[in-house]
Design a protein around this ligand. Structure first.
Ligand SMILES: [Zn+2]
Length: 179
């Protein structure tokens, strides 16, 4: 039940199994939960820094600059832990794993309570352009902030990875309505 930025073309060699088991959230939000509004959402970077951390900085900076969310980079006591590692061949480029303040994780209960943490994992196994890296960081951060998948043109929450590195008007409105 992890929330994924899906690998385009993965079904070509794994069949339809993953297509039918990867959850795609049609709702604008993952649930009714979120990190507390009115305070900074703190994030920390861990893992492979070379070639990635600068793009994570840019990606978090876009949410900070273009929406009402205050994103603050920290080295401890983080809300969002961004980890870049090599997980080998997976069905995802990035994953957002949410736990709520009651200890529920990665399920509808957690997504509908106040978030306590979000693990944002980026799989460096797959090669990616700078824009694709930022697309994935931005997309998964959107999940960490409460957004579900949306397939409308130009949304950063489209589940397929692309080179898009901007937030569309709906992305901004949905976040501003919560933070
Ligand atoms: Zn996703």
């Amino acid at each position: 039940m992890k929330i994924k930025n899906m690998v385009l073309g993965f079904s070509l060699f794994l069949g339809a199994f993953f297509l039918t088991t990867i959850p795609v959230f049609a709702a604008d939000y993952v649930g009714s939960g979120q990190f507390p509004a009115g305070q900074s959402v703190r994030w920390k970077f861990t893992g492979f820094s070379g070639g990635y951390e600068s793009h994570a900085n840019i990606s978090m900076g876009r949410w900070h600059t273009y929406t009402d969310v205050s994103m603050l980079k920290v080295t401890s006591n983080e809300d969002i832990k961004v980890t870049v590692g090599n997980w080998g061949i997976t069905a995802w480029y990035g994953i957002a794993y949410i736990c709520d303040i009651y200890g529920n994780c990665d399920n509808t209960t957690a997504w509908s309570n106040t978030f306590a943490s979000c693990d944002l994992d980026y799989n460096a196994y797959f090669t990616a352009t700078s824009a694709e890296k930022e697309n994935t960081f931005m997309h998964e951060a959107g999940h960490c902030l409460s957004l579900g998948h949306r397939d409308n043109v130009g949304s950063i929450m489209d589940p397929d990875r692309s080179s898009q590195t901007w937030l569309n008007a709906t992305d901004k409105t949905l976040i501003n309505n919560r933070y």
